[in-house]
Design a binder for this molecule. Structure first.
Ligand code: S3P
Length: 175
């Protein structure tokens, strides 16, 4: 594995992408970016506000523009996407053409849903369990298109998952 490659984390809402990205950045002693946080800083609105006031389609445009800008102007090694970003063909194309390794953090729907429910963050695309499950099912085929796949079991901490990624993707050995 080319150690300068950027790593892009994807997976359903509530799987823990941002937290795993934070641990992975710590382990690899490198920087990390959260796509949604960059969008919020740029738009001066939360993601939920953008979706509620301008609609999901506008949010997706902003998401792609921001992703393109990050990938072309910023060399930060770890990038956590929002759960829907990888499902957009243009985003996958951008990621594939920019020396990135994509990683899917997979978990059961129930695990993600528990985290969505207990989180303070508003997620307008997962307002109820039925809506969230439908999205979850629709997205599995897209997540399968990533380069790497890690199963997030409830008994593993985010740090342990980040360690597994570092071991397997970057061949880093831990004692
Ligand atoms: C979305 C996931 C969210 C955020 C937005 C849309 C999605 O990010 O980008 O609410 O479509 O799955 P998280 O996966 O970090 O919750």
């Amino acid at each position: 594995m080319d150690n300068q490659k950027r790593i892009v984390l994807t997976g359903f809402m509530g799987v823990g992408k941002s937290t795993v990205a934070r641990h992975l950045a710590f382990i690899l002693r490198t920087g990390r970016i959260d796509l949604d946080s960059v969008i919020e800083a740029r738009e001066k609105q939360t993601i939920a506000e953008i979706i509620k006031t301008s609609g999901e389609q506008r949010f997706r445009q902003i998401e792609t523009e921001t992703l393109r800008k990050i990938l072309s102007e910023d060399s930060t090694r770890i990038l956590a996407l929002g759960g829907g970003a990888w499902t957009i063909a243009e985003n996958r194309r951008l990621i594939k053409t920019q020396n990135c390794t994509s990683v899917w953090l997979e978990s059961s729907f129930e695990h993600c849903w528990r985290n969505i429910k207990s989180s303070k963050r508003e997620r307008p695309l997962a307002k109820n369990k039925v809506q969230a499950k439908k999205l979850f099912d629709e997205r599995q085929d897209y997540y399968c298109l990533t380069d790497w796949h890690f199963i997030v079991k409830p008994d593993l901490t985010s740090y342990e998952i980040a360690k597994k990624i570092a071991e397997e993707v970057f061949s880093i050995k831990f004692d």
